[in-house]
Design a protein around this ligand. Structure first.
Ligand SMILES: C[S@@+](CC[C@H](N)C(=O)[O-])C[C@H]1O[C@@H](n2cnc3c(N)ncnc32)[C@H](O)[C@@H]1O
Length: 224
C-alpha cells in the first residue's frame, strides 16, 4: 500500500497532548488500517522476534503490541510531543499480547546519530517510508537479526546490494492480510531498465529504482 505524506496534524493548541496522541494514532494508523499488528505477529511466530528498533517510526506504536521490547526513533516534533504524553504507552498496555510490562523507549533524534548501549541489541530493524535506515542503523541489529523494509525511498534496494544483509523473504498483503513468502526470491530486485544499481545511484535518487517484480515489504537477515 502507498502511504500518503502526513498532512493536517492534530492541532496541539486545541487538544490536550494525551488526547492529541490518541487521536493522531487513531487517524494515521487505525483509521488507515495500517497498524500491521498481524504482520508483527507473523514475524514473532515465524522468527522468534521479541525486540525491535524502529527508526522513523512517527507514532506507529503497534510493534509494541507484539514485541515486549521496542525502541523508537523519530525527530518529528509531533512524534516527540506525543511520545512524551505517555498516551502511546497506555495504548500499548491496553493492547499488548504478552504478559510482561512493555519496554518502550523513544529517542527524539536523527536516526543517523548513534545511540550508546544499543549495539547488536535488537532482533528486528524496521524501515518504512523514512529514508535510508538499513545502513546507518545496522549496528543495532544482532548477528542473524532481521530487517523489515519497504522500497518507498529505495531502502529495500539498498539492502539488496549490501553484503551484510541476506535477502530471505517477501511480505505480500492480499485482501487485508499479510503473508510471508520465500518463493522465487531470485526474481526480485531485477531492475526494469538496463542499469547497475549502486549505493550512490540510490542515494542520489531517494526513491529507489523500478524492479520487474515487487512486494509490499522485504525481509533480510543480517549476515553473521
Ligand atoms: C512518512 S513517515 C513514516 C512513519 C512510519 N515509518 C510509518 O510507516 O507510518 C516518516 C517519518 O520518518 C521520520 N524521519 C525521517 N528522516 C528521519 C531522520 N533522519 N531521523 C529521524 N526521523 C526521521 C519523520 O520525522 C517521519 O515521522
Amino acid at each position: 500500500m502507498s502511504l500518503k505524506p502526513f498532512t493536517g496534524r492534530i492541532r496541539p493548541a486545541m487538544t490536550k497532548p494525551e488526547n492529541a496522541a490518541r487521536q493522531a494514532y487513531q487517524k494515521y494508523y487505525i483509521g488507515r488500517d495500517y497498524e500491521q499488528v498481524d504482520l508483527f505477529r507473523l514475524l514473532k511466530n515465524r522468527y522468534g522476534i521479541s525486540s525491535a528498533i524502529y527508526p522513523g517510526c512517527y507514532i506507529q506504536i503497534s510493534p509494541s503490541f507484539i514485541f515486549p521490547d521496542v525502541a523508537y526513533i523519530d525527530s518529528d516534533k509531533y512524534a516527540k510531543k506525543y511520545f512524551k504524553s505517555d498516551s502511546l504507552v497506555e495504548i500499548v498496555r491496553e493492547r499488548k499480547e504478552y504478559p510482561e510490562e512493555p519496554k518502550v523507549a523513544f529517542h527524539g533524534i536523527d536516526y543517523r546519530e548513534i545511540i550508546d548501549g544499543y549495539q547488536s541489541k535488537f532482533d528486528l530493524l524496521i524501515s518504512k517510508y523514512a529514508g535510508f535506515i538499513s545502513e546507518p542503523c545496522k549496528p543495532y541489529l544482532r548477528a542473524g537479526g532481521y530487517l523489515l523494509v519497504n522500497n518507498s525511498h529505495g531502502d529495500a534496494g539498498m539492502a539488496s546490494i549490501d553484503p551484510d544483509y541476506q535477502f530471505i523473504a517477501v511480505v505480500h498483503r492480499t485482501k487485508g492480510k499479510y503473508r510471508i513468502s520465500t518463493a522465487s526470491l531470485e526474481a526480485y530486485f531485477v531492475p526494469k531498465k538496463d542499469i547497475t544499481v549502486t549505493r550512490e545511484l540510490l542515494l542520489d535518487r531517494q526513491k529507489g529504482v523500478g524492479y520487474t517484480k515487487t512486494a509490499a515489504l522485504y525481509l533480510f537477515q543480517k549476515v553473521l
